[in-house]
Design a protein around this ligand. Structure first.
Ligand code: HPA
Length: 265
């Protein structure tokens, strides 16, 4: 896998502009199992990732691997059904490509979703968690080499709007800190106990770098976790990918309603 050339997102945006994909106001990155959000898009147009020069396919089960464009909540949006994870062997640049394309296309708001394990003992499978803070043990992304803080994710305005939308539509939501683990394997029970003491509420292998990159690009990002399983060691159940589909089936309508409400706001 090659390092992304710095102007690749720009070239992809130029390719999309040639197809008449202009005036994008918001973007959504759909986590595993959440691809059905694309059914909400009116006047939808779509291009499989592997037909976009400079873009790669996605191999994770539950990801469609296609880019959509159309109207949601009265606004022109881009939706990425499928993302690229570090644990699949992609470079950090490659994992950040969807965010960078969205930025190049003019999206200001970006909603970044994921399937995640629940660390917080009060969480249940199927909970939707508004990500209000990040934990990223060992990451270089949060600070510069001299230790100064880099881009700070502080989505208070989104949390307030999301609570508003959820209350209006009768959607139950949780709120908490997303802990970024690079994978590829799920965590050990001991790691999860440690992460709980550190203040993590959900754990997953994406989203944190994307949120920070969106901030770096001057966008206004917001992250949402779908809790697809209790994190390692909480129950005796063996963790596997099929849980993601089941949890997503339970909440995909609420998820789409919430995102649509936020886009509309
Ligand atoms: N850990 C890490 N990533 C995940 C999990 C988990 O328990 N569930 C879904 N993605």
């Amino acid at each position: 896998m090659n390092q992304q050339s710095p102007n690749e997102p720009g070239q992809i945006a130029a390719f999309l502009h040639e197809k008449g994909w202009d005036d994008v106001e918001a973007a959504v990155i759909l986590g595993s199992g959440l691809g059905d959000f694309t059914d909400r898009i009116q006047q939808a147009e779509t291009i499989p990732y592997d037909e976009i020069p400079g873009m790669h396919g996605t191999s994770v089960v539950g990801h469609k691997g296609a880019l959509y464009r159309g109207i949601v909540g009265g606004k022109q949006i881009l939706a990425f059904a499928g993302r690229f994870h570090r644990y699949e062997g992609y470079t950090l640049d490659q994992t950040l490509l969807p965010v960078r394309i969205a930025g190049e296309m003019g999206a200001r708001s970006i909603f970044i979703s994921n399937a995640a394990g629940g660390i917080n003992l009060r969480f249940s499978v199927g909970d939707l968690m508004l990500i209000d803070d990040l934990l990223n043990p060992g990451s270089v992304l949060f600070t510069t080499s001299d230790g100064r803080e880099f881009f700070r994710y502080k989505p208070d305005h989104w949390v307030e709007r999301a609570k508003n939308v959820a209350c209006r539509l009768g959607i139950s939501i949780q709120q908490g800190t997303y802990l970024y683990a690079q994978g590829p394997s799920y965590e050990t029970p001991a790691e999860i106990r440690a992460f709980r003491i550190m203040g993590g509420d959900s754990v997953g292998m994406s989203t944190a770098p994307e949120l920070l990159e969106a901030l770096r690009l001057g966008m206004d990002p917001f992250g949402i976790s779908l809790i697809t399983n209790k994190a390692a060691g909480i129950t005796k159940a063996k963790l596997d990918h099929s849980e993601i589909k089941e949890a997503a089936e339970m909440r995909k309508k609420d998820f789409a309603d919430l995102i649509e409400g936020l886009i509309e706001f």
